[in-house]
Structures are given as C-alpha cells and as structure tokens.
Write a protein that binds this ligand. Structure first.
Ligand code: ZN
Length: 133
C-alpha cells in the first residue's frame, strides 16, 4: 500500500496551474508500473481538471468561459461572497483519475493535469494516491 502524497501549490487570484510534473514524480517514486492514480483537491473553491497543456490561451479561455458562465455577483446568498468560485469548482470537479502504465500516467499528447484556482491567492494542497492493479 502506497501512502497518500501531497503537492503544495501557491496560487494567484484565479489561475490554472499545470501539476503534471509533480504527479509524474509521485508516480515514479511509488515504484508502481501498472495501476491507477487519483489526484484530489480537498478545497471547495479550487478544482482539478485534465485539459490542453500546449497553447496557454486555452487556460485563459477556460477561465474566461467559467467567468461568463458563473460571474461574480452580489446577489448570492452565501455570506462569504465567493459563490462564483464554489460554482466553478463544482463544474470542474475535485479530482482526476489517470491510468498508470509503464510507470507513467497515460495522457494524450496535448493533455496535462491542472489545479484550477477560483478564489486565491491561497496555498492549496493536492492529494495524490497511486494504486497498483
Ligand atoms: Zn465560500
């Protein structure tokens, strides 16, 4: 049984941050060649997604699209004032699962694993669990 590992990420106000490299290192350190890797955020205003890592404009467009879909408004009930960030987080989801094969995450040529910050700046902790199978 491998331990749960953690990636610490310092974020900006709203930001999509590529965490593929530290996830790859955790998979390599686990020594597991074939299995599953779960990447999970315990946060309610930051999510995890897999999307394009080649053109940085994709990240900008994703943030702009989520901003249009879930804009900051002053008529939400939640008193903390960050309901737009909660909505965006639920849309993106809290986790990603990748297949591990040959000691590597199986990702498409243009895919990366990203932490999506919607209410920063904050220190975010992402949990990573690699399971053999
Ligand atoms: Zn809140």
């Amino acid at each position: 049984m491998t331990p749960i590992r953690e990636i610490t990420v310092e974020t900006g106000r709203t930001q999509i941050i590529d965490i593929t490299s530290p996830v790859r290192r955790i998979i390599a350190d686990s020594g597991i060649r074939e299995g599953i890797c779960v990447v999970f955020s315990k946060h309610t205003t930051a999510g995890i997604t897999i999307n394009e890592n080649a053109d940085p404009d994709v990240k900008t467009d994703m943030l702009a699209g989520l901003d249009r879909a879930f804009p900051e408004r002053d008529d939400y009930l939640h008193a903390e004032g960050n309901s737009h960030a909660h909505l965006r987080t639920s849309c993106v989801g809290p986790s990603a699962t990748v297949i591990v094969s040959g000691g590597e995450p199986v990702l498409g040529t243009w895919q990366g694993i990203f932490l999506c910050e919607f209410d920063g700046p904050r220190t975010r902790r992402v949990l990573v669990k690699v399971v053999e199978g």
